[in-house]
Design a protein around this ligand. Structure first.
Ligand code: HEM
Length: 354
């Protein structure tokens, strides 16, 4: 047989077997890789919510604004430092909480929404995103909003809400029927919307309180694990917005005032951790925690200046809430991984545009 194979040029039986096995293995790897890409791209589950579909929806609602963030599109870079009080060191081994430690911070204030040239209004949600640069290449990136609870509990509800709240071109306001249907399907969002509406809106970025909304976990050096939500509380006494503030000529009055105030001197906030107890909802950002929860004042954030967005500064940072140092860990909140994936998709698209 083998002599015949040699004479005809055909491979011997064992070689043919090995060849077939090798081809089968290559085929399996190729099929696996294709299935992996198909799964990641959502082709195997056309109904599933993927990061691309979330960002497509932002684009559908807000139109195309190449190069800008798909949400919180209008922003200004800020810089400063964080000085730790030491009160966080017993709950978290993160180096930035060691008493007296000064950590450089680069951040971004912004207004929620996907319209980079929209006029400032008091009612628009304000945000403060921060990037703490720690030793050993560690970082903490966080983004906080000036609302006490978030509007939705799940990424799917966020996706639905984006469309339900889309302004009707005829009226400039969301279609009330669609909005009512959304709240009927999501009673937790209706409750959260009432809490958000009841908050005191202050005159500017400088006297606003910002909430992390999502829960995290503080991990101590001895392994103790404490649920926590973060808040940035301004040192400045908050003044409620003044009537008619937004009918001013300056369509960027919130940003312009902040930039002017920062030229006068540093603005300070206290980074406060609210410590959860067993049973407090960590996977539902629409629900506040009971008001009597223990808090720890972790230290002072001092913002010392601002710079317009440009290449290489906060414009090119993805404030991914899952970039965490040792000592701060994610909770079971489903919004965290959804945010991380959506921010990355938004970043990838805008980074590839002019
Ligand atoms: C599933 C829910 C959410 C989705 C899909 C979503 C989506 C987005 C996207 C696409 C961006 C722009 C990111 C970039 O291009 O860099 C963004 C920015 C931002 N989001 Fe969310 N978001 C969600 C929930 C939240 C929550 C719960 C908070 C809580 C505070 C939050 C706070 C912020 C802040 C502060 C920014 C601005 C960051 C910056 O200035 O760069 N978001 N969001």
């Amino acid at each position: 047989m083998s002599l015949l194979n040699d004479l005809t040029g055909a491979p011997p039986e064992t070689t043919r077997h090995a060849l077939l096995l090798r081809l089968a293995a290559i085929g399996a790897v190729l099929t696996g890789t294709t299935c992996g890409f198909a799964y990641a791209g959502g082709w195997l589950s056309p109904g599933a919510l993927t990061p691309a579909r979330v960002i497509d929806r932002f684009e559908q609602v807000n139109g195309a604004h190449p190069g800008f963030r798909r949400n919180h599109a209008k922003g200004l870079c800020v810089e400063g430092s964080f000085t730790a009080s030491g009160a966080g060191a017993s709950f978290s081994k993160a180096s930035l909480f060691a008493a007296g430690r000064v950590t450089p911070v680069a951040g971004r204030v912004a207004l929620a929404g996907g319209q980079p040239y929209a006029a400032d209004t008091e009612a628009t949600v304000r945000s403060l995103a921060l990037r703490f640069t720690l030793p050993d290449s560690e970082e903490w990136r966080t983004g906080m909003n000036n609302i006490p609870v978030f509007t939705v509990r799940t990424p799917e509800a966020f996706y639905e809400q984006l469309l339900a709240a889309k302004p009707d071109p005829a009226t400039g306001k969301p279609d009330p029927t669609r909005l009512t249907a959304f709240f009927a399907a999501h009673p937790e969002s209706a409750k959260a919307a009432a809490l958000i509406k009841a908050r005191t809106v202050t005159v500017g970025f400088a006297d606003s309180t910002y909430w992390s909304l999502n829960a995290f976990r503080l991990i101590a050096a001895d392994g103790r694990d404490t649920p926590a939500r973060f808040t940035l509380v301004p040192e400045r006494t908050p003044s409620p917005e003044t009537a008619g503030q937004s009918v001013r000529q300056d369509k960027n009055f919130l940003f312009d005032e902040l930039a002017a105030e920062l030229r006068e001197g540093a603005l300070r906030w206290h980074l406060v951790a609210t410590l959860g107890r067993p049973g407090d909802p960590t996977a539902d950002a629409t629900q506040p925690w009971p008001a009597d929860r223990e808090t720890a004042d972790l230290g002072t954030l001092a913002l010392a200046g601002s710079t317009p967005e440009a290449a290489g500064n906060c414009r090119d940072v993805n404030f991914d809430p899952l970039v965490l140092p040792l000592g701060i860990a994610p909770s079971d909140d489903p919004l965290l991984s959804a945010r991380s994936a959506a921010y990355s998709q938004s970043f990838t698209r805008r980074a590839g545009e002019d």
